[in-house]
Design a protein around this ligand. Structure first.
Ligand SMILES: [Zn+2]
Length: 133
């Protein structure tokens, strides 16, 4: 089995994943208009400001959507059991692509309350995933 492709730890993404490694889910928050944002980027999509701080998320949210992938499109991802890539919307309104762990795809439902868990997938990379509350 091939190793799964992992995030590139460069620029603002490196900062995001460094917080994950420290078991903190943090997102950028605009210093100009207070909008939260993810994925990490240089400027606010609402007001264009380059100023921001890394604010800690509650780590809680709801399942926004998901898809069940029954056929692998990459050799690093097995087809059995089926994978369910998901989008979680956090309490702050930030949406991120992730995975709900410890929950069969058939048990997923829109609005399912979840909280973050952190999974070390390599010596350098820790991914934020979610579990059902
Ligand atoms: Zn802004």
């Amino acid at each position: 089995m091939s190793a799964r492709p992992l995030p590139q730890l460069t620029g603002l993404s490196a900062a995001f994943y460094a917080f994950c490694k420290a078991r903190e889910l943090r997102f950028q928050r605009c210093s100009g208009c207070a909008a939260w944002r993810h994925v990490p980027r240089e400027r606010c999509g609402e007001c264009g400001s380059p100023e921001f701080t890394w604010e800690r998320s509650s780590g809680r949210g709801r399942l926004f959507t998901w898809v069940v992938a029954t056929r692998s499109m990459h050799p690093a991802f097995p087809s059995e059991p089926p994978l369910a890539p998901a989008v979680v919307e956090t309490d702050e309104g930030v949406r991120l692509v992730t995975e709900v762990v410890g929950c069969a795809p058939a048990e997923l439902q829109i609005g399912l309350p979840v909280e973050v868990v952190f999974e070390d997938v390599s010596d350098e990379v820790t991914l934020p995933k979610f579990r059902r509350l």
